[in-house]
Design a protein around this ligand. Structure first.
Ligand code: GDP
Length: 138
């Protein structure tokens, strides 16, 4: 079933000029890029995006990092896109990520881990809607 997921090329990867390489990998893996935008989140916008994590000990650091510089947000479409993109990203902690995954290749730490991907259909809907209006996705 064709599915959509929200991907983010996080500020660490944009700062290190890895966006082009990551977008190339997305295209090589046959995702359709349905929408894409560069954003520099405010702290409050990062907190809203990661609201489900607000009780976690890393919330303050994560939202400071995510608002520290520009990021690129994308809507990716493919059969089984949510699982497929998370497999390509690899584990949250790059030390545990499989060889060949984005986080193994590009992440610097468990926090500065290069990419984001929605983890389920309901979160994908929320996250896509956080950045893109329906009219941008036709
Ligand atoms: P994801 O779905 O793989 O992105 O992981 P989570 O939803 O669990 O966490 C969201 C983001 O918070 C991760 O991608 C990391 O950037 C950050 N993060 C997760 N766990 C930790 C942690 O233990 N320490 C720190 N500093 N950051 C973390």
């Amino acid at each position: 079933m064709t599915e959509r997921t929200l991907a983010i090329i996080k500020p660490d990867a944009v700062e290190r000029r890895l966006a082009g390489t990551i977008i190339q990998r997305i295209e090589d893996e046959a995702f359709q890029i349905r929408a894409m935008r560069r954003v520099h989140l405010s702290k409050a916008q990062a907190e809203g995006f990661y609201a489900v994590h607000r009780e976690r000990p890393f919330f303050a650091g994560l939202t400071t990092f995510m608002s520290s510089g520009p990021a690129i947000v994308l809507v990716l479409e493919a059969p089984d896109a949510i699982r497929k993109w998370r497999t390509l990203m690899g584990a949250t902690d790059p030390a545990k990520a499989d060889a060949g995954t984005m986080r193994k290749e590009f992440a610097q730490s468990i926090e500065r881990n290069a990419t984001h991907g929605s983890d389920a259909p309901d979160t994908a809907l929320y996250e896509i809607g956080y950045f893109f209006a329906g009219v941008e996705l036709v």
